[in-house]
Design a protein around this ligand. Structure first.
Ligand SMILES: Nc1nc2c(ncn2[C@@H]2O[C@H](COP(=O)(O)OP(=O)(O)OP(=O)(O)O)[C@@H](O)[C@H]2O)c(=O)[nH]1
Ligand SMILES: [Mg+2]
Length: 464
């Protein structure tokens, strides 16, 4: 891993748009005050006169020519962002030129000759964090936004970029800090009798922190579902058309389909979005007792996968009806969110309706993977099944690092509270309080550790 220079403000440049032929290529430059003076000798005004700093009013696009040995290399638009009113908080310039890879390479080489070096991955964002333009959680949300697999994730990431999650963490940190100060004041007066009202007030403060952290921790599963996709597992007896449904929803012939029962053994999965919800769709081996060793392993893995599913699509064959085995398998999963899907609708006459199944509380959908009839209904039913996913409101823990920080802070605050309730040593309670505080501060980057910063920013794109 390339290590980023952490405490540095030397001038840097990177291409902010994707490499390759494109309509426009945007180069971003950032550095300490005076950075722009290194760039000016390479630029000219459209009338061929030299370009001075005063020709670049803040945040206004100006036409300029980028010069190479007295010749115009590219005509472009330049925008100057004086410090501290820029993305990084440093002096910045954006150059919007033509997206010609050879020209971009040459421009970069000329800038390097001027002492403006190539930026490392995430170096702009790292500087923005260091200069207080955003906190660590906001920087991670920005990365999450760039990589979001669905609109639901993108919206939550945008809210977090705006501070929805970090503001919440800061509030909890402030409460915790008040509690800690309170606690330490009590330690200082330990010889005197602790006023019960004082103890109660402290306990109330800690309870507030615990419930705030608990509410956040309760969003962990949702956050995992958002960032990795809701695990939707297609299950049922062999040959009912599970792989056919999988292929239809994924939109390609990914899984093998044959008339032979027991075709699928290895599980297949695919990432897709259904009505804006990120889904990890899983095709499994048909459930039955088998003497074939390979199939047996497939079946046992399918059963295993069913236990961790966020939602189940239980497929039945309309030409066969429901079997005793189906009923037995279904009874194990009735408590989980699921849909009962009757496939092969085309094998039945138009007026056919599925038999009522009193013991299964799941909504019923009928469709045909062969003709496509009913697939839209299924998509609608899936979206309804997964509807509890948030469409608004903020503060969902989507990153593993955030989940761990909140869990640790919660655990430590509870320990502090327990110590207080049991009238244990206040010094120990205050140590737990400090540990909780440290976890929250590390999460938002109030205190930062170089390894954490390296781990986060090295995953960013260059130019961000
Ligand atoms: N008529 C009709 N046949 C279908 C439909 N869907 C699937 N089939 C057929 O049913 C057979 C089994 O389909 P698969 O998708 O392989 O079934 P599966 O549930 O994945 O089977 P296993 O992998 O063995 O568990 C194939 O011959 C499909 O062409 C449908 O809607 N109508
Ligand atoms: Mg199959």
């Amino acid at each position: 891993m390339v290590r980023l220079p952490l405490l540095e403000d030397s001038p840097i440049v990177a291409l902010a748009t994707p490499a390759g032929v494109s309509g426009v290529a945007v180069l971003r430059l950032s550095g300490a005050a005076g950075m722009v003076d290194k760039l000016l000798p390479l630029l000219q005004r459209p009338d061929g006169s030299p370009l001075g700093r005063h020709h670049l009013p803040p945040r206004r696009m100006q036409r300029v020519s980028f010069m190479d040995e007295g010749e115009i290399l590219d005509t472009m638009l330049a925008v100057f962002f004086p410090a501290p009113h820029s993305f990084t908080g440093e002096e910045m310039v954006e150059l919007h030129g033509h997206g010609a890879p050879v020209v971009v390479r040459r421009i970069l080489a000329l800038l390097h000759q001027q002492g403006i070096r190539a930026a490392g991955a995430g170096e702009f964002s790292l500087r923005a964090c260091r200069n207080g333009k955003m906190n660590l959680v906001q920087a991670e949300a920005m990365m999450q936004l760039l990589h979001s697999s669905s609109l639901v994730v993108a919206r939550e990431a945008s809210r977090q970029m705006g501070g929805s999650l970090s503001n919440h963490i800061f509030k909890l940190r402030d409460r915790l800090l008040e509690a800690l100060i309170h606690m330490e004041a009590m330690v200082d007066f330990a010889e005197e009798e602790i006023d019960p009202a004082d103890g109660q007030q402290l306990n109330r403060r800690l309870t507030e922190v615990v419930s705030g952290l608990q509410r956040l921790q309760d969003t962990s599963l949702l956050g995992r579902q958002l960032s990795q996709g809701v695990h939707l597992v297609i299950a049922g007896r062999p040959n009912v058309g599970k792989s056919s449904l999988f292929n239809r929803l994924v939109g390609e012939e990914k899984a093998i389909v044959t008339p032979i029962a027991g075709t699928t053994r290895d599980m297949n999965d695919a990432q897709l979005t259904i009505r804006g919800i990120p889904v990890c769709l899983v095709d499994t081996a048909g459930l039955r007792e088998s003497v074939d060793m390979v199939e047996q392993i497939g079946v046992s893995r399918s059963r295993q996968r069913l236990t961790t599913a966020d939602g189940i699509l239980w497929l039945l064959d309309a030409s066969q009806g429901i079997s005793q085995e189906d009923m037995e398998e279904l009874s194990k999963h009735g408590q989980e969110p699921g849909l009962l899907v009757w496939n092969k609708r085309d094998c039945q006459p138009a007026q056919w309706t599925p038999p009522p199944l009193a013991h299964i509380p799941w909504p019923v959908v009928t469709l045909s993977c062969r003709t496509g009839e009913g697939v839209e209904d299924l998509l609608h039913a899936i979206a309804t099944l997964l509807a509890p996913l948030p469409r608004e409101g903020g503060g969902i823990l989507m990153a593993e690092r955030h989940r761990q920080a909140v869990e640790l802070a919660l655990q430590e605050t509870r320990l502090a509270q327990e110590m207080l309730v049991r009238s244990g040593p206040l010094e120990i309670a205050s140590l737990h309080c400090r540990a909780a505080l440290a976890a929250l501060e590390e999460m938002v980057g109030v205190v930062s550790n170089e390894d954490i910063l390296q781990g986060i920013f090295s995953q960013f794109c260059i130019g961000k």
